[in-house]
Design a binder for this molecule. Structure first.
Ligand SMILES: Cc1cc2nc3c(=O)[nH]c(=O)nc-3n(C[C@H](O)[C@H](O)[C@H](O)COP(=O)(O)OP(=O)(O)OC[C@H]3O[C@@H](n4cnc5c(N)ncnc54)[C@H](O)[C@@H]3O)c2cc1C
Length: 412
């Protein structure tokens, strides 16, 4: 590292790079330290869907027994538990989703990379039996409408088959709503490059200890023996944040969970329209490829030892599941089977970020545990964390959110 920077950020995933970029915009220099490289873990391997927040509200509303939607595995209360508001993380979704069209242009200009942002319709397919049980399209749309999410429609089977002629005849239509998407590696790299132009520096190294004085963190020690010093330190270490926090004497529960997907190519490109049925997802991407995935209990496996090996069983399940929905996918060529560790909370609701300042440390911050949504929450998470670090106060518009998500808070 050539010069001392204002803030050290441990972790060069989407969260760490977004914080660096937003600090840079405030004139604060950063050193992003990672033992591997930029976006090599989950941040470079995500489906990278930016979720339309009302769709999540709808999901919350209609999933009265979450285990039915997510299988009966350990993640059956992934999003919320009775009595727990989901507002704490939906705010991050909404703010990020709304910002993306402009943000893509901003990152192209400042980071020099096309992040392949686009909006696509996303359709939850409905079978004849589900249609009859619900009592018609209006009933299926009701959960979306009941939460004020206006941008949803019923799409009938003719309209779907015009785009996907091989769609399995068991689907009679679907509930369709918007979603954004990016290419995750390019997105994170663009954030890092844009940050570099604003006085961020990337340093490869494993953080193994912290230097402290009283209640201040003065720097980090790397496995190489080198020390880096700064006025503040942020832990954006993804699933490894529990270990990093422990080095600071702080207990932050974090459960590493593994999830994976396939990158594939079709002889003829699929239309840019995401299809979901049951736990399976087919996500055509702007670059002409398609991501094939599942979001069920068979995936999302606990990996307490941080083992990131891929599962042939999940691969087979995905191949069979998506070909059942869209038989044309039997002609797909699989380009890559990829996956990585996500950071989840140890107790329900499992998908609950931890964000804010460590109460024990005047200048120690944390931003992690974004579960399966860290890419799409990173623009707002980076912006709010930068404001917190710069001003020393939680912004008024996010005061409650920081209260709920801060490490050591009663609801953390
Ligand atoms: C298959 C898959 C699909 C997904 N789909 C989506 C999606 O559609 N939408 C979405 O928003 N999200 C999705 N996600 C989740 C998303 O990828 C994560 O939430 C997000 O990438 C987390 O970012 P992060 O920066 O917190 O962590 P990470 O990307 O895990 O980065 C943490 C970094 O910290 C570094 N580090 C850890 N310990 C140390 C140390 N001691 N010293 C130095 N460096 C250290 C690591 O090397 C790593 O680079 C998906 C993930 C996967 C795997």
């Amino acid at each position: 590292m050539s010069t001392r920077k204002d803030v050290i950020i441990v972790g060069a995933g989407a969260i760490g790079c977004s914080i660096a970029y937003h600090l840079g915009r405030r004139g604060i220099s950063t050193c992003i330290v990672d033992r591997e490289s930029i976006a090599v873990r989950a941040s470079g391997k995500a489906w990278a869907v930016f979720t339309y927040a009302p769709a999540i509200f709808a999901y919350e509303t209609c999933v009265t027994t979450p285990s039915e939607a997510l299988g009966s595995g350990p993640l059956d209360t992934a999003l919320t538990v009775p009595g727990e508001s989901v507002g704490h993380w939906l705010q991050l979704h909404s703010a990020s989703y709304d910002r993306m069209p402009e943000f893509a242009i901003e990152l192209q200009e400042r980071g020099g990379i096309d992040i392949e942002y686009c909006e696509t319709p996303s359709t939850n397919l409905v079978t004849q039996r589900e249609f009859e049980e619900a009592g018609g399209p209006q009933e299926l749309l009701r959960p979306f409408q009941s939460v004020g999410g206006v941008e949803c429609d019923w799409i009938d089977s003719d309209a779907l088959r015009e785009q996907f002629p091989s769609l399995n005849a068991e689907y009679v239509g679907g509930v369709t709503y918007p979603a954004g998407q990016v290419e995750p590696y390019k997105f994170t790299l663009a954030l890092a490059q844009a940050a570099e132009k604003l006085d961020a520096e990337f340093v490869r190294g494993e953080v193994v200890a912290f230097a402290t004085e009283g209640d201040k963190i003065t720097g980090v020690q790397l496995a190489s023996g080198n020390e880096l010093h700064a006025d503040a330190v942020v832990l954006a270490m993804g699933p490894w944040v529990g270990e990093g926090s422990a080095l600071l004497g702080c207990e932050v529960g974090c459960r590493p969970v593994f999830t994976e997907c396939l990158r594939a190519k079709m002889p003829t490109e699929l239309p840019l329209h995401t299809l979901g049925a049951g736990t399976f997802w087919i996500l055509p991407k702007k670059n002409g490829e398609v991501i094939l995935a599942t979001y069920g209990a068979a995936d999302f496996i606990d990996r307490p030892n941080f083992d990131a090996s891929l599962s042939e069983e999940v691969k087979l399940e995905v191949v069979q599941g998506v070909a059942h929905i869209l038989p044309a996918l039997e002609d797909a060529t699989i380009i890559e089977h990829r996956g990585d560790l996500l950071a989840m909370a140890p107790t329900p609701p499992y998908q609950k970020p931890v964000m804010g300042r460590f109460p024990q440390w005047q200048n120690g911050y944390i931003a992690s545990r974004f579960g399966g949504d860290g890419v799409c929450m990173s623009p707002a998470a980076g912006e709010l964390m930068a404001e917190l670090i710069d001003t020393g106060k939680a912004p008024l518009r996010a005061r409650r959110m920081f209260d709920r998500l801060a490490p050591g808070s009663s609801s953390e």
